[in-house]
Design a binder for this molecule. Sequence first.
Ligand code: HEM
Length: 573
Amino acid sequence: MDSNATVTPVANLQIHPPRWQGLDTTWTTAAVALLLLAITTRFISGFLGTSKPAQNGSQTVPMLPYWMPIIGHIPQFSFAPQSLLNKARDAYRSGIFSLNLGSTTHNIIFAPPMGGTLMNQKHSIANMDSVGKHVMTAVFGFPKSKASMERYDASLTGLNTCYKHLTSEPYLGEMVQSTIDVTKRNIANLVTFSESTVDQVAWERTSNAETITKPQGEQVVEISMMPLIRDFIAASANPSLIGSDFVNNNPDFFQDLWDMDRGFKWLATGLPAWLPIPQVWKAKIARSRAFNAVRNFDEVMEKAANGEDPGQDWQDLDNVGPVLTQRLKLYRQLNFNMDERAALDLCLLWAMNANANMLVFWMLNHIYADKSLLARLREEIAPFVHAVQPKQLFGVPEPPRIDTFDHEALANKCPLLKSCYIESLRLDSATWSFRVMQEDLILAASREKDAEKFLLKKGTYTHIAHSIHHTDPAYFDDPQTWRADRHIKREEEDGEVSVNMGTIRGGHSMCKGRAFAQKEALVFTAAFISMWDMEPVGGGAWKLPRFKPATGVYTTNDDIRVSVSRRKGLPEA
Ligand code: HEM
């Protein structure tokens, strides 16, 4: 041993456990405590959550057991909602269960009879007013002042009355005809085969279009299908609601609307824009631009109503649709300011575009993925939608066009097309209806005399989760498969064919635009398949994009590149 080495006296040696070892013990204790808490909570919530007898022969709504006090089902509901809901659907066959979300009770209904009864309740029993107001202010920018809120309350009945201009004749027919007129003009230019973006149409520019000349000389356009369909429909349907001037004067409006829709839940949180959360400020910037565009439109409408010149960009205000012209009268009557008008109209524009455009996108995916279905649909609609190839004049090739378009026949004489629409409502959307219980309400699980009855307590929240019913194997055979003719019923005696929604609701039953939505979906689908062929870029089987949850109809993050070409073999005009 080195004589210079210092010797540590053994008696003074103190052994300190390393710092990490102390932490380890704390973690282990915490983990054991957490585990015990979870097991106890699971046991107690399982016991307390069972259905118990309640007033007038009813029983309480059973609650799914959970593992954590206070937060309850929030973790599973946030990260894997569909599997949580499907598991609960299979466990509670009466059609109702409840969840604990942050110590508030949320009843989830998936049996159609209970859903229907709840939706038909008066506002004094079940309503969504508080949520509606929150969404209107946080998402659409309605002013929060007391005076604005009072005007909002005062307008609700009038706003509802205005919706008759969206749902009934002759207004509905006028809107559908206006959409057809624009679509007939636009569909010939779904893709223009222009190499330069300057010469392309708006929906091509947002879809990254590339013109390709094939070895045989045929030209095709490779393009992103989702923005193509979504933006084409926006440009072609919205003039029927808000007039052609608004659509022409605001070429970027719909991009802002999509950004807003993408950030919908972030806007709904009400978080301020200065927080370093990109989704919040992106959605707020988009909302602010979209809001200003609509506000400008509302100012122009007011000017025109006062007999003033609205300016040279606004010379076609007479084609603004019936709902908004009717709303203008209400706004003036109730002295609405421009911010209030803009928020309400922005909400309507969002409702018109957020679901319907994507629904057509999904329908077209299923249809083009199956060549035999595409051929059967083309045959079915041919008598009612005449796509023709005009004769070549003076050596100049003329693009094909649609000559006649019978939308009544599409709805009444094309069962396969209509069944495709219902099938996409069933499987390509996850709509959700929501009510706050203002009073106790007893709901029967079915229409049978001795059906089970459930008590929905005042102060709880009730949701109708349509998608849980739509994928319920007890109602739909092989529920996850999209089947084009699933909703066609053929009478045994006379072979008469009918197509109806059956128990499919999709929240659609409460949607004020449902009549228009169905008509436009049939019109757009018929227009696309009559005029254009689509193949996946690079050939091979069609790959369906993956769903991304949205506020209703699913959207997708997948970029589906398709090769679009003119349909061959159209009859000569
Ligand atoms: C297939 C496409 C569509 C689907 C799946 C759909 C779905 C829905 C749903 C689930 C609601 C909420 C219902 C509730 O729980 O109270 C709703 C409301 C609404 N929808 Fe639609 N919608 C579609 C198309 C449209 C279109 C094209 C328009 C406009 C032309 C429209 C206008 C409205 C309006 C104004 C409301 C609000 C009603 C209110 O304030 O009570 N919707 N829609």
